[in-house]
Ligand binder design. Structure first.
Ligand code: F6P
Length: 408
């Protein structure tokens, strides 16, 4: 429905919940929409969906009724039937942690729409930029509830966002494929993955896909150490190397590789090529780069993302029903919970270089490009006379004889 303001519906007789999907899309958005529609229906609410994110809230107001018929079969589908945009009149992001206030006129218009449509709740599904818009609408008096989504998994208020698992599955599949061709041709293959300023996708896919080097924004690295890893693998008879690099990993010296769209928006990307070329130059080996790009955002959601997104949708309706506005659903395993949206957008979640996941990767011989290739974190601990509880509890310490063997 594409309606001029004068043609907006009269206040409905039934209760009404609206949902919108904003920012970059990701697998699982349709599962949230379906979760909202189904659970809202159980409580006697009608649902509508605004089109193209927050844009649908302002003239010409665009929305569609959502019901059992037009949401049937969307659980498994990637993308969003409502459309989304990370451009347009509601863009408030210029760079990391750089949010600016919305135009007052936009907020007032959105408020008028919500009032004219007699909304009991407005469920905003988005990443940190979109949720900061949702927060501003809430502060202006709209009955907003937030649902976090992003493949980057960089929202600190939730352990996981849906979309992340699907993106990792895509990147892992790419590594599996690169593995066989890299081995056949004895090449160095560099895979550049998304994630903005967090290295979650690179870290998880790198581990799941048997990467040899993982470069993330959170760990400073050098070409010397990356090349050292390639050479140490060759010394062990492995004539190929898989490098996973996060788009937001800064080059040695601190520069990010990015392009500007001319409107002040910076797009990360291009570091994979730089890494491949430099390895080639230094080692005189063939190094190729693959940029996975938006493949990570497309396709069907994984089982995990379907389950998480469905729970988020149902819980968002519950929050509306209990008039818990200004809150965002979140996942604190094993519970689905909620936090104030304000808290959710103030800090990014980034990889902790000292986390057990990074430690485990290092223990397998994965290089983060910051140390000599053969330095095990456990041998460093032993030299320091300490052993973190994670190591003892997981039983990895009992496997120490293996560390004397050549790395794979
Ligand atoms: O935030 C999700 C994300 O896919 C990032 O990983 C990436 O940097 C960015 O969006 C790409 O945005 P666009 O689709 O506008 O190129």
């Amino acid at each position: 429905m594409n309606a001029p303001r004068s043609a907006l519906l009269e206040p409905p007789l039934t209760k009404r919940i609206a949902i919108l999907t904003a920012g970059g899309d990701c697998p699982g958005l349709n599962a949230v929409i379906r979760g909202v529609v189904k659970s809202a229906g159980q409580l006697g609410y009608d649902c509508i969906g605004f089109l193209r994110g927050f844009e649908g809230l302002i003239a010409p107001v665009c929305y569609m009724p959502l019901n059992a018929t037009n949401t049937a079969g969307i659980l498994t589908r990637g993308g969003t039937i409502l459309g989304s945009t990370n451009k347009g009149r509601f863009v408030v992001r210029r760079g990391v942690d750089d949010h600016i206030g919305l135009d007052r006129q936009l907020i007032d218009e959105a408020k008028t729409t919500a009032e004219q449509l007699n909304l009991a709740g407005l469920i905003c599904v988005g990443g940190d930029g979109s949720l900061s818009i949702a927060q501003q609408l809430f502060e202006a008096g709209l009955p907003v509830v937030g649902v976090p989504k992003t493949i980057d998994n960089d929202l600190s208020a939730t352990a996981y966002t849906f979309g992340f698992d699907s993106a990792v599955a895509c990147a892992t599949d790419a590594l599996d494929r690169l593995h066989t061709t890299a081995a056949s041709h004895e090449r160095i293959m560099v895979l550049e993955v998304m994630g903005r300023h967090a290295g979650w996708i690179a870290l998880h896919a790198g581990i799941a896909g048997g990467g040899d080097v993982i470069l993330v924004p959170e760990i400073e690295w050098s070409f010397e150490h990356v090349c050292d890893k390639v050479l140490s693998r060759e010394a062990d008879g492995k004539r190929f190397t898989l490098v996973v690099v996060a788009e937001g990993a800064a080059l040695p010296g601190g520069n990010l590789v990015s392009t500007s769209d001319g409107a002040g928006q910076v797009k990360l990307g291009g570091i994979g090529r730089v890494v491949a070329d430099e390895i080639s130059r230094r080692l005189h080996r063939e190094a190729r780069c693959v940029v996975l790009g938006h493949l990570q955002r497309g396709g069907n959601p994984t089982t995990f993302d379907r389950v998480l997104a469905t729970q988020f949708g149902a819980h968002a309706v519950r929050l509306v029903h209990h008039r818990r506005f200004g809150e965002m659903v979140c996942y604190h395993p094993p519970q689905i919970d909620s936090v104030p949206v304000r808290e959710a957008v103030c800090r990014l979640s980034r990889v902790d270089p000292d986390s057990s996941l990074v430690q485990a990767a290092r223990a397998l011989g994965i290089s983060f490009g910051d140390r000599p290739a053969r330095q095990s974190p456990f041998s460093i601990e032993a030299a320091n006379g300490c052993c973190a509880p994670m190591v003892a509890e997981s039983g990895i310490a009992a496997m120490s004889p293996i560390s004397a063997l050549p790395s794979p």
